[in-house]
Design a protein around this ligand. Structure first.
Ligand code: GDP
Ligand code: IMO
Ligand code: MG
Length: 420
């Protein structure tokens, strides 16, 4: 019986999951998203083309693999349709190889309004969400009021109307205008469009595939530090982005999890509000943003940038049970004289290497400095050919985490990847 391997983010998202899933897909029979929704923006580049995927798994470009949107995902039919139609226009018709779980929850137009209304009500304490209705859709799921993909074959109009009436009451209590007429028509058209795809009991499909010795790669969205339980709460997303989310988000037992690839950037970024101990507000932070093109794939927002944070990385490795590491975007620091890594935090209670509960109350990172490699890593294709300064950086991360760095990415293209 095969196991499910996992690619998931170890930081605050945007680590490069889409690129890596695409690179790894040839090894697998299927790729499955297990949580998140169109808050994700996964970028893939190959053959001079660039694609940004939001709800559709990143395994669609490598041959005829099965791609699954799992039960743990929240799906916006309108955004899904736009995404699938764009792909069809560029020659990637997915109707035969993309399936959606019947238990996937649907994002309604009123969920987007609720997202905006809750953010407005929070004022200065807003989360800085992507505005895609993620939190409200997961809230409905947990409060047992959600609308699921499988419902579209039932008394759907009625199920929808009940959910909408509840949302309208909340919006009215928040004095937030509720005008979804235009979006609603588009939403129902998109529901009809969804019927072209197989809407299935995906937990059954996934387990049948494993029993038939077929391999599956689970693709995470967001990152461990945005997890609703273990992230910097409340500045998190509303799903379990950690490895345990694969079990609930696809219906696979814990013992069926195989390799867990934890992916991180050679530095750190974060979009939206919330604590970020190693954030740089100076020229170096600006350089990381400019050279790394650190702007949100979905919202275009500037990503906050800072040094690699080993305290946070080790915490994520622990929670996820990472068995292999993947380091991205090392090339962004090609010209840096000095590269820093946080190895501890100074807190009012003293120095710690444990990720603290009240991180938002302010911690001061303690840095270790590394000599920059000062050469163009993008040209390198074999690990042996990396400069010694770069190898020292990688060895330090391996020694600190106890996990091997098995893949190194030195550019956005599929080809800019070194597998050890
Ligand atoms: P994801 O959400 O984890 O899939 O990551 P995003 O796509 O949001 O952000 C990663 C960005 O970095 C994208 O623009 C990628 O094209 C780009 N990228 C990925 N790997 C590398 C790399 O090794 N070097 C550089 N310079 N860019 C990369
Ligand atoms: P990928 O999969 C980076 C952030 C938002 C916000 C918080 C909550 O591309 O790595 P939400 O809309 O989920 O309620 O917003 O989470 N966020 C992401 N940041 N990458 C993502 O996805 C993100 N998805 C959500 O900016 O701070
Ligand atoms: Mg992204």
């Amino acid at each position: 019986m095969k196991r499910v391997d996992v690619v998931l983010g170890l930081q605050w998202g945007d680590e490069g999951k889409g690129k890596v899933v695409d690179v790894l897909t040839p090894r697998y029979d299927a790729v499955a998203r297990f949580q998140g929704g169109p808050n994700a923006g996964h970028t893939l580049e190959f053959d001079g083309c660039k694609y940004i995927l939001r709800s559709i798994p990143s395994g669609i470009f490598q041959g005829g693999k099965v791609n699954i949107i799992g039960n743990g995902v929240v799906l916006d039919p309108i955004l899904f349709r736009n995404e699938a139609e764009e792909l069809a226009k560029s020659g990637h018709d997915l109707t035969k190889r993309l399936c959606i779980s019947k238990k996937t929850h649907l994002i309604m137009p009123t969920h987007r309004l609720l997202d905006a209304a809750y953010e407005a009500a929070k004022g200065a304490n807003k989360i800085g969400t992507t505005g895609k209705g993620i939190g409200p859709a997961y809230t409905d799921k947990i409060s047992r009021n959600g609308v699921r993909a499988g419902d579209i074959f039932l008394d759907f109009k009625n199920i929808y109307a009940k959910a909408k009436a509840r949302h309208e009451a909340i919006l009215s209590s928040l004095n937030y205008p509720c005008d979804v007429a235009a979006l609603e028509a588009e939403w129902f058209e998109a529901i009809e469009y969804m019927k072209r795809f197989s809407i299935i009991d995906s937990e059954q499909t996934v387990n049948d595939m494993l029993a038939a010795d077929k391999s599956i790669l689970a693709e995470g969205a967001q990152g461990t530090l945005l997890d609703v339980d273990f992230g910097s709460y409340p500045f998190v997303t509303s799903s379990n982005t950690v490895c345990a989310g694969v079990c609930t988000g696809l219906g696979v037992a814990p013992g069926r999890i195989g390799e867990v690839y934890g992916i991180f950037k050679a530095y750190c970024t974060r979009v939206g509000s919330g604590p970020f101990p190693t954030e740089l507000f100076d020229e170096t932070g600006k350089r990381l943003r400019d050279i790394g093109h650190e702007y949100g794939a979905v919202t275009g927002r500037e990503r906050r940038c800072g040094w690699l944070d080993m305290v946070a990385l080790k915490y994520a490795v622990m929670i996820d049970g990472a068995t292999a590491l993947i380091m991205m975007k090392s090339d962004v620091m090609n010209d840096f004289d000095v590269i820093k890594v946080a190895v501890a935090y100074d807190t009012p209670q003293g120095r710690t290497t444990v990720f603290p509960y009240n991180i938002e109350s302010g911690v001061t990172p303690v840095y270790r400095e590394f000599k920059g490699w000062k050469c163009d890593l993008r040209k390198v294709r074999r690990y042996e050919d990396f400069p010694q300064e770069f190898k020292d950086y990688v060895s330090f991360i391996e020694q600190q985490t106890g996990i091997p760095v098995k893949i190194i990415s030195v550019g956005p293209d599929r080809e800019d990847t070194i597998v050890r």
